[in-house]
Write a protein that binds this ligand. Structure first.
Ligand SMILES: Nc1nc2c(ncn2[C@@H]2O[C@H](COP(=O)(O)OP(=O)(O)OP(=O)(O)O)[C@@H](O)[C@H]2O)c(=O)[nH]1
Ligand SMILES: [Mg+2]
Length: 296
């Protein structure tokens, strides 16, 4: 028997918005813990996803897409979160969408650390059909930074993720595991519940999504083998409530049903979910819309 040392370390996943960072992390760890959507700026918080093998533990750090276009407090906070993540990890996955290398990608490249191994991950391989163009693109991307290695994957279709793990593993330091082997994230169930509702809001509100909308878990109770979760969607103005609720409560009903199903899968138990909308400043006009519309 060979004595393989146990390895454990942190791996940041960075890139411009929408390249598929969260999708990649979810597929690497085999659980959907980080929300994803077609829209840019889906991830707002750093989320650690843990993947444990017999001889290694990978702690992936999913980061918000690095913002270049809109300045403002929120974007600055998101960008600082990316920079912080880069400072304290053992390896970095820099994600590019295959065949696309833009100014926004280059802004992230400018932040990449010089002393930490950085692996270039070309995602959305399924969209790049022409092998010749793909290898030319890899050369073009490699010319931008001294990447330690490169891998081409499709996060969404789970392609070549084993190969990617093989390239990351040697960069993890020798260490005992930092988390229990059955743990998939360091985030609480409460946090994950709020994120799941946020994902459905992204999905169903389209372009109408109020930019500064927040989601807050007001109560999270364990009731026997079931979770009872009460979530408030906080909007800025009274006029934004109907956007979230939809005609006859239809949108909110869809959002809460889908969120409940995802929660049941992730938490592996029955969930009672109530979602309601309120205006941030005007606590007095809180309305329990779900109750009004008979949604549960
Ligand atoms: N075709 C294809 N689409 C993908 C692949 N990976 C991710 N996507 C899609 O790309 C979109 C963005 O994915 P996310 O994982 O939310 O991207 P992100 O980089 O985390 O985005 P932000 O959190 O906003 O920075 C979603 O619609 C995904 O389904 C892939 O391998 N192939
Ligand atoms: Mg994301």
């Amino acid at each position: 028997m060979t004595d393989t040392p146990y390895r454990c370390g942190f791996v940041a996943i960075v890139g411009r918005p929408n390249v598929g960072k969260s999708t990649l992390m979810n597929h690497l760890i085999g659980q959907k813990i980080s929300i994803t959507s077609k829209k840019a700026q889906t991830t707002r918080h750093r989320v650690n996803g843990i993947y444990t093998e017999p001889n290694a533990q990978f702690v992936f750090v999913d980061t918000p897409g690095f913002q270049t276009y809109h300045k403002g407090a929120l974007n600055e906070a998101l960008n600082n979160s990316v920079k912080d993540s880069l400072a304290n990890v053992d390896c970095v996955l820099f994600v590019l969408e295959a065949m696309r290398l833009s100014a926004a990608d280059r802004e992230v490249i400018a932040l990449l650390p010089k002393k930490t191994p950085v692996i270039l991950v070309l995602n959305k391989l399924d969209k790049a059909k022409d092998r010749l163009l793909l290898s030319a693109f890899i050369e073009e991307a490699r010319a931008e930074f001294p990447f330690t290695d490169v891998e081409v994957v499709s996060a969404k279709h789970g392609q070549r993720l084993g190969e990617l793990l093989d390239k990351v593993r040697p960069h993890l330091p020798e260490s005992v595991p930092l988390y229990p082997e059955d743990m998939v994230t360091d985030k609480t169930q409460r946090f994950l519940a709020a994120e799941i509702v946020r994902e459905k809001l992204f999905r169903y509100l389209g372009e109408e999504l109020p930019y500064e909308m927040n989601v807050e878990v007001e109560s999270f109770e364990v009731d026997g083998s079931m979770f009872r979760i009460y979530v408030a969607v906080l909007v800025d103005k009274e006029g934004q409530k109907p956007i979230v609720i939809g005609r006859g409560g239809e949108k909110l009903k869809k959002i809460s049903t889908e969120a409940r199903l995802d929660m049941e899968q992730l938490f592996d138990c029955k969930v009672f979910l109530e979602v309601w909308v309120k205006v941030k400043s005007g606590w007095a006009d809180d309305v329990r819309f779900l109750r009004d519309f008979g949604i549960n």
